[in-house]
Ligand binder design. Structure first.
Ligand code: UD1
Ligand code: UDP
Length: 379
C-alpha cells in the first residue's frame, strides 16, 4: 500500500485536491483486488483558511474526505504562519512513514509542505508546478520557486509551465534526491479543468445564485479581488473600485476576507458612499462561483483560479494584475491584462464586450488527476 500525505490550506487547494482525491478513489476501485497497489491518502489541512465559506463549504460540495489532521494555524505574518506549518507538518511526517507528499499551487501551505517533507526526505509531488509570474514581489512566486526546486515530480499543467522549468534548467540538472530518485517534470494538464468539467452539470442543478441575485445570463460582470498588491495598496484598490463602479452592467463581487478587511481602511469616501451599487456578497461556494463564471458577460479578476475557470466555461476575462502566469489565455485573446489601471480596465471591458472570443483546449483532457495518480502510484 502506498501512503500519501496531501497538504491543503487555502481555498483553491481544497478545490484542486477534490480532483485528485476522486482519482485516488477511482484508482483504488480499479485495483480493489490488489492490496499492494492501493493508495491510502491522509489529508492534512494547515488551517490557513478557516471560515466556513473559505474552507468547509468545499468539503461539503465537492465530496472531499474530511481532513484527517487540521493544524489550525490560522492567519498571521508569512514567517509566523509558515513556520507553524513547517513544524506541524514535520511532526506528522515523523509519526508515521509516508511514501510521498502531494502539494498544490503556491501558497504558504505549499511552501511549508515542501520544506518539511524534503528535510525529512519524503518525496514531494507538486501539482501546478512550473508557473511563473516573473514578479518576485508576489509571495506566491517565492513559494513556487522553492517548492519546484524541492519536488521529486513536478506536474506542470501547461506547455508554458513545462517551458519555464526547462529554461530554469530543470530538465538538464537531473537533481538526485537522497532516495536515489531523479527529479522529473511531467506535463499533466490542469486538475482545475477536471473539476470544472466534472461539476458543471451539478453546479447548474444545485446553484440558485442567478435567481437569488436576480441576474440575467450575460448581463452582469463577475469580479473577484484578493491579491495583496491590490488590496494592500490604496491607490490600486481605489482604481479598481472606481472602474467597477463605472461599469453599466450589474457587478457581482464575492468578497474575499482580505479585501473585506481593507475596504473600510482604504477606500476613498466618495467610492465608499457608492459601494451599494455593487452586488457584494460573501465568498461564494464552488457551485455558485462556477455558475457566476459561466453566466457572466465578462469576469474581472486578480485570481489565478478564476481566470482559468472563466476560460473553461468560455467567458472572457479582464486580468486585474500587471502580468499573469496563465499567458495562454491572453495569447488566445480570451483575457486582457489591465492591471489596477482605471482606464485600462474599462477599455479592456469594452473590448471584451465587442470581441468574438475563442477558447481553444489548452488545459488537458479533463483527466489530469487520473494521470497524476497513475504516475505517482507507478513510481
Ligand atoms: C492566500 C494565498 C494566495 C491565494 C489565496 C487564495 C499565500 C501567501 N497566499 O492568500 O496565494 O491566492 O490564499 O484565496 O499563501 N482570512 C479570514 N478568514 C479565512 C482566511 C483568511 O478572515 O478563512 C483573512 C485574515 O484576515 C487573513 C487574510 O484574510 O489575514 C489573508 O489570508 P491569507 O491566508 O494570509 O492570505 P490570502 O490573501 O487568503
Ligand atoms: N472561488 C470560490 N468562491 C469565490 C471565489 C473563488 O469558490 O467566491 C474558487 C474559484 O472557483 C477557484 C478558486 O476559488 O476554484 C480560486 O481561488 P482564489 O481566487 O481564492 O485563489 P487563487 O486561485 O488566485 O490562488
Amino acid at each position: 500500500m502506498l501512503k500519501l500525505l496531501t497538504i491543503i490550506g487555502a481555498r483553491p487547494q481544497i478545490i484542486k485536491a477534490a480532483a485528485v482525491s476522486r482519482a485516488i478513489a477511482k484508482w483504488n476501485a480499479e485495483h480493489a483486488l490488489d492490496e499492494a497497489r492501493q493508495i491510502c491518502e491522509v489529508i492534512l489541512h494547515t488551517g490557513q483558511h478557516y471560515d466556513d465559506n473559505m474552507s468547509d463549504v468545499f468539503f461539503r460540495e465537492l465530496g472531499i474526505p474530511q481532513p484527517d489532521i487540521n493544524l489550525h494555524v490560522g492567519s498571521g505574518s508569512h514567517g509566523e504562519q509558515t513556520s507553524k506549518m513547517i513544524e506541524g507538518i514535520g511532526k506528522v511526517l515523523k509519526l508515521e512513514h509516508y511514501d510521498g507528499l502531494i502539494l498544490y499551487g503556491d501558497t504558504n501551505s505549499t511552501l511549508a509542505g515542501a520544506v518539511a517533507a524534503s528535510k525529512l526526505q519524503v518525496p514531494v509531488y507538486h501539482i501546478e508546478a512550473g508557473l511563473r509570474s516573473f514578479n518576485m514581489a508576489m509571495p506566491e512566486e517565492i513559494n513556487r520557486i522553492v517548492c519546484d526546486q524541492l519536488s521529486t515530480i513536478l506536474f506542470a499543467p501547461t506547455q508554458t509551465a513545462v517551458d519555464n522549468l526547462k529554461h530554469e534548467g530543470f530538465m538538464a540538472q537531473k537533481r538526485k534526491f537522497a532516495d536515489g530518485r531523479i527529479q522529473q517534470v511531467v506535463k499533466s494538464g490542469d486538475v482545475m479543468y477536471d473539476n470544472s468539467m466534472y461539476f458543471a452539470n451539478k453546479a447548474a442543478q444545485k446553484s440558485d445564485i442567478m435567481n437569488c441575485l436576480g441576474l440575467e445570463d450575460k448581463h452582469f460582470v463577475l469580479a473577484t479581488i484578493h491579491r495583496p498588491s491590490n488590496t494592500d495598496n490604496a491607490e490600486n484598490l481605489n482604481n479598481i473600485f472606481r472602474a467597477l463602479l463605472g461599469i453599466e452592467e450589474k457587478v457581482v463581487l464575492p468578497l474575499h476576507p482580505r479585501t473585506k478587511k481593507m475596504i473600510p481602511l482604504e477606500l476613498e469616501p466618495e467610492l465608499l458612499s457608492q459601494i451599494d451599487k455593487l452586488a457584494i456578497i460573501e465568498p461564494a461556494g464552488f457551485f455558485d462561483i462556477i455558475e457566476l463564471e459561466r453566466h457572466a458577460r465578462v469576469v474581472m479578476t486578480d485570481s489565478g483560479g478564476v481566470q482559468k475557470e472563466s476560460f473553461f466555461v468560455e467567458t472572457p476575462c479582464v486580468i486585474l494584475r500587471p502580468e499573469t502566469e496563465w499567458v495562454e489565455i491572453v495569447e488566445a485573446g480570451a483575457g486582457i491584462i489591465a492591471d489596477a489601471d482605471y482606464d485600462r480596465i474599462l477599455q479592456a471591458y469594452n473590448d471584451m464586450c465587442d470581441r468574438k472570443v475563442h477558447f481553444p483546449k489548452l488545459f488537458g483532457d479533463a483527466h489530469a488527476a487520473e494521470q497524476i495518480v497513475q504516475i505517482i502510484a507507478e513510481r
